[in-house]
Design a protein around this ligand. Structure first.
Ligand code: PEP
Ligand code: MN
Length: 338
């Protein structure tokens, strides 16, 4: 951290800053220029924050010189990390596609969905058993019964499963039911107790971006999981809120290369919750793969118009299969396979 002093800062102000830095166990390097003094904190500056220094007398501004995240940063781990998601590698040369309905409904719906996922060549199945709904009167998900239905349907096609964990009290049930990948949804990206809890297990975690979260906040949320010991983290861009109202969210394609630069962990994209309409899903999927995404999370339903949740954005199995062909072509164009 560097603390820039005001031109008229006296020796007492400089000494106070120096004492504060030393009180956190760091060394101090003082550079006295003709106009102003710069004070450098030498050591693990993650213990320090600009808010500790900015209000002090004589301080003009202070700033970090290294990133506040470490375990997830490419700065500290150059090679791409490949996460083993129930036997499926995410983050390697293959663009992996996860597909399935927004929510688990019935055994018949799940079996048809699983058949559609497998027939199109996708390698993992999704399905929400616990649904974060805006209205408390809307369908909230089938709960633990839904976990069972999801596992059974996916097992019939030998697919590992991805499902959302909303409540820390359900984590043990997720493990008992053999959930292969835990999804943390957009609304819980900064639920720090939930992040700490999934940091204590080894199950891979898909960390969706908070709908109003900056890239840096998102990386720090992942750092919470990694700090607990679970480094099996997959970032998922799912669209952010902006002034635009013509679609559900804005898919932040820019975040893909930025994140790939900042972190060694895989980055996938959910085009379904970004656009919010089935017809937008192909274009957004292809844009994501072209921009370097390591995978996609796509909502499909055997009969979209009858879906209990997010009916407007689900692809039919046939539409999904056609899209998988296009994904393959774009992946090949950027040196990846599917
Ligand atoms: C979902 O994937 O079903 C979901 C609720 O996503 P998000 O958290 O991105 O809204
Ligand atoms: Mn959904």
């Amino acid at each position: 951290m560097i603390i820039v002093m005001q031109p008229d800062a006296g020796d007492a102000a400089i000494a106070a800053v120096e004492a504060k830095i030393r009180s956190y166990g760091l060394d101090v390097h003082i550079s006295r220029g003709s106009e102003r003094t710069l004070i450098g904190a030498v050591g693990d500056e993650r213990k320090l924050d600009p808010a500790m220094f900015d209000p002090m007398p004589g301080v003009e501004m202070s700033m970090h010189v290294v990133k506040p995240y470490k375990l997830v940063a490419r700065e500290w781990h150059k090679a791409n990390t490949v996460v083993n998601a129930g036997g499926v590698p995410i983050g390697g040369p293959t663009v992996q596609v996860i597909a399935g309905p927004c929510s688990v409904e019935t055994p018949a719906q799940m079996e048809a969905a699983a058949a559609g996922v497998a027939a199109a060549g996708a390698r993992l199945m999704r399905g929400g058993a616990f649904k974060p709904r805006t209205s408390p009167y809307a369908f909230q998900g089938k709960g633990v019964d839904g976990l069972r239905l999801l596992k059974d349907a996916a097992a019939g096609q030998r697919l590992p499963v991805v499902t959302e964990l909303m409540d820390v009290r359900m984590l043990d049930r997720f493990i008992e039911h053999g959930v292969d990948v835990i999804q943390i949804g957009t609304r819980n990206m900064q639920n720090f107790d939930l992040l700490k809890a999934v940091g204590q297990v080894t199950t891979p975690v898909i960390l969706k971006r908070g709908m109003s979260a900056t890239v840096s906040e998102w990386l720090m949320a992942a750092e919470y999981i990694a700090a607990g010991g679970n480094h099996n983290i997959i970032f998922c861009e799912r669209g952010i809120r902006t002034f635009e109202t013509a679609y559900r969210n804005v898919l932040d394609v820019t975040a893909i290369p930025v994140l790939k630069k900042e972190t060694h962990l895989p980055v996938i994209v959910d085009p379904s919750h970004a656009g919010g309409k089935a017809w937008m899903v192909p274009a957004l999927s292809l844009a994501a793969v072209a921009a370097g995404a390591d995978g996609l999370l796509i909502e499909i339903h055997p009969s979209p118009k009858d879906a209990w949740c997010d009916a407007d954005q689900a692809l039919t199995p046939a539409e999904f299969k056609a899209l998988m062909g296009q994904i393959k072509a774009v992946a090949a164009a950027v040196g990846r396979d599917t």
